[in-house]
Ligand binder design. Sequence first.
Ligand code: ADP
Ligand code: MG
Length: 322
Amino acid sequence: MTEYAVSVEGLNYNYGKLNAVNSISFNIKKGQIFSFLGPNGAGKTTTINLLITLVPIQKGKVTIAGFDVATQKDEVRKSIGVVFQDQRLDRDLTVWETLDFHGRIYSIPKEIRYPRIEELLELVELTEKRNVYTKNLSGGMKRRLEIARGLLVQPKVLFLDEPTIGLDTQTRKRIWSYIKKVNREGVTVFLTTHYMDEADQNSDIICIIDKGKIIANGTPENLKKSLAQDYIHLQTDDDAKTIQLIKDLPDVRQIRNSSKGLIIHLKEGGHLITKLIDLLRTEGVEIVSIALVEPTLDDVFIHYTGRGFGDVSHENNGFTHS
Ligand SMILES: Nc1ncnc2c1ncn2[C@@H]1O[C@H](COP(=O)(O)OP(=O)(O)O)[C@@H](O)[C@H]1O
Ligand SMILES: [Mg+2]
């Protein structure tokens, strides 16, 4: 028996000439919430589809709950629950029928299936919606139903591909609270997301993928600490002039724009804040606010890829700065 819930070694996948997953390796310990974080097109869905036996392995080795994905498909499938990126609910079934139908596909006997359905409806707070057709549910309720369905088989590992995509902030928080509840009951969670802040707040381990390659892997704290550098958030009445004044200072590594003003990356051990205040005052630039901040996951991404969120997200919702 392996100690890992998920083990991936040298996994590689090409769509024709396009290399979507580039020799990735990682392990997930039992009981962890593991977030696979990356911009659109990074290779997240392809990876998840390989892990859940939906797409055949071309190269590399994957085991789920100790079973080999290439040679023990049935055992793997019995060990996992899946929530897909795109919604896959039958519009003409009610909430209860959706779960019952799924349970019958997996040959779960009535005596186990019925009470289990009640339990899951409670878990995702859909008991009162049991007789509502899925087409009449809100986006968040549909997601909750899909999570309940993914849990019906009592999986060892629950896979969720972008579980919170397109949902409002309130609903996303609720989805996360269900994911955590499920995790507390002992289910290992593998999820993909392009929302950095969510991954940061909720994961035990974050693995950042970009262009098919893993660029960082660790706890949110360690990923940020590993940068060993600080940042200055600066708002002024004249950003253009400010950039001209400070861009060649020896402690400055990089300056970028964000919705909250300028973000100045300091070189390791750099000190600038008092110098900066003096300089801008002398030059007549008014400082609206200035703060020394610790690195965020954005900064981790920029550090390892050399480019910012503006270049990687076309949706403006993921890798934006908070
Ligand atoms: N069925 C497919 N055929 C060809 N290329 C694909 C297919 N699915 C995804 N891709 C490409 O593979 C890369 C990774 O896609 P995907 O795994 O969906 O990324 P993500 O889920 O991180 O957005 C992208 O460049 C995408 O355009
Ligand atoms: Mg995807």
